[in-house]
Design a protein around this ligand. Structure first.
Ligand SMILES: Cc1cc2nc3c(=O)[nH]c(=O)nc-3n(C[C@H](O)[C@H](O)[C@H](O)COP(=O)(O)OP(=O)(O)OC[C@H]3O[C@@H](n4cnc5c(N)ncnc54)[C@H](O)[C@@H]3O)c2cc1C
Length: 465
């Protein structure tokens, strides 16, 4: 950090208290983490004064769609992330566990009870001042911006001016990602078009019959309905594959599935069509399907995309989507501590940084708050090890070498590889055990205060009973 930046940071810190903008999953978690460290917080939540197109209540941490926090099992990275959050004293996890409803292996909650209990817990905290107001400028003092995928237009405009054009996005066009080990290398071949760029892409070759069968399946697959507020004119660069297929059966073979410049080494011939896979992480454990953004439902994506030769057993760590979503170009703008590189007294958290999902958003709020508290104590910012669910996710989204950034959820594909003979579920258990060990060591090394006061005590104290 330059002397100038240190100076700016110190003067920002003097502007007490900390401001958190947005009382959703990330903002609420951040507020709790700060307050339980004795730090006064002013929380700006614009509802009900200003509404969003998805929220229906004035409660904090309202779940806008599903009531599920997804899998509770450590076999999944989101299950592991939840466990890590519990160890870090997460409010969201504590309330979710208290308001749980039966949902098989998933952690689902009674949404009304969840938001009500969480709101009561925050409002009861003496350190917290809740201001029901839209904030459309960035305050000068220490701030966490957690305004989510439906950030108000006023603040979005301010962020755009602060970061510059092209650093704030309003739609995501997510192509599915598969794990490297689930790709059938006896079918898929490495090559770049016309040999330019070495063997950078993996190519799934298709015959004429395979191509038209695939297009037919795409055309008949169920898709997610587009909500009114999501309606947009598709840009050519982010058109879903089913929309392209609707323009004519050959459109895809002239678009993302064009085979030009590629020869299948098994036949020495140009395939009729090709699906290209591009390396998505530095360790080459993940590959994204180039140009394959889609609004097919998740079960349909798994069924239809496994028709692609070489992907019959594909393990999807992220499925495709295309929807309204405000998020920043984190690889360019954010440090892994979740501070803006160019404005280090401003932290950003939640879906706005390009993580996907309730749990991931809350986890980002938790980390941002830990680091705000450390700044206030003159300590260096910290990031959990890359071998943990939170650390691997944060490092993925803030990796400055990343181009074409799109939001990401927690998944084991982001973890550094491990030398082990285990595969599938057994391997994931080894990764989870390593994560638990490394997180514990990290907590101890940095003296992270992971204790959680009993929630019912907090609520009772606040209500004066
Ligand atoms: C329609 C939709 C459905 C989704 N469904 C799911 C799902 O089923 N499962 C899942 O895991 N994830 C889902 N997500 C993704 C995401 O996980 C959630 O949006 C999640 O709530 C993000 O948490 P957050 O804290 O970043 O934002 P939010 O929870 O949206 O919180 C942001 C808060 O900031 C407030 N705010 C915005 N601008 C301002 C301002 N200028 N001043 C003051 N307050 C402001 C908002 O009112 C809101 O309360 C969905 C997203 C959308 C848009």
């Amino acid at each position: 950090m330059s002397d100038r930046q240190i100076c700016d940071l110190r003067s920002a810190i003097c502007n007490f208290p900390v401001t958190v903008i947005g009382g959703g999953l990330a903002g609420s978690e951040a507020v709790w983490q700060l307050a339980r460290r004795g730090i006064p917080v002013r929380l700006y939540e614009m509802r009900p004064v200003r509404v969003t197109a998805a929220h229906h209540t004035d409660r904090l941490a309202e779940l806008v769609c599903s009531n599920s926090f997804r899998s509770a099992s450590l076999d999944t990275a989101v299950g592991l992330l939840k466990e890590e959050m519990r160890r870090l004293g997460s409010l969201v996890m504590q309330v979710a566990d208290r308001t749980r409803v039966p949902a098989g292996s998933a952690l689902a909650v009674d949404r009304e009870q969840f938001a009500s209990e969480l709101t009561a817990a925050i409002v009861a905290l003496p350190e917290v001042t809740l201001v029901r107001e839209e904030l459309s400028v960035l305050p000068d003092g220490l701030t966490i911006v957690a305004t989510g995928p439906l950030t108000s237009p006023g603040l979005a405009q301010c962020l755009q001016q602060t970061f510059g054009q092209g650093y704030l996005y309003f739609y995501d066009a997510i192509a599915p990602i598969v794990t490297s080990e689930s790709i059938d290398r006896s079918i898929v071949f490495s090559a770049s078009r016309y040999g330019k760029g070495g063997e950078d892409y993996l190519n799934c070759p298709m015959t004429r019959d395979e191509y038209y069968r695939f297009v037919d399946a795409v055309l008949h697959a169920q898709t997610v309905p587009t909500k009114n507020f999501e309606r947009c004119v598709y840009f050519e660069g982010c058109m879903p594959i089913e929309e392209m297929a609707r323009r004519g059966p050959d459109t895809l073979s002239f678009g993302p599935m064009r085979p030009v410049g590629l020869l299948d080494p098994r036949t020495g011939q140009r395939p009729y069509a090709v699906v290209q896979l591009r390396q998505d992480d530095h360790e080459a454990t993940l590959y994204n399907m180039v140009g394959f953004q889609t609004k097919m439902t998740y079960p349909e994506q798994r069924r239809v995309l496994r028709m692609i030769p070489g992907l019959e057993h594909a393990e999807f760590v992220r499925l495709g989507s295309l929807h309204r979503n405000t998020f920043i170009n984190s690889p360019r703008l954010l440090l892994p501590t979740l501070q803006l590189r160019a404005r280090q007294h401003t932290f950003v958290a939640g879906q706005l940084i390009g993580v996907e999902g309730y749990v991931e958003s809350a986890a980002a709020g938790l980390l941002a708050a830990i680091n705000v508290a450390r700044v206030l104590r003159d300590q260096e910012g910290v990031v959990p090890p890359a071998t943990t669910a939170l650390g691997s996710l944060v490092q993925y989204i803030t990796d400055p070498r990343r181009h074409d950034f799109q939001p990401m959820n927690a998944n084991y594909g982001l973890f550094p590889t491990i030398a082990t003979r285990e595969r599938g579920r057994d391997k994931r258990r080894v990764l989870a055990a390593r994560a638990a060990r490394d997180l514990q060591a990290w907590i101890a090394e940095h003296g992270i205060d992971a204790g959680t006061p009993d929630l019912s005590e907090v609520v009772r104290a606040g209500s004066g009973s």
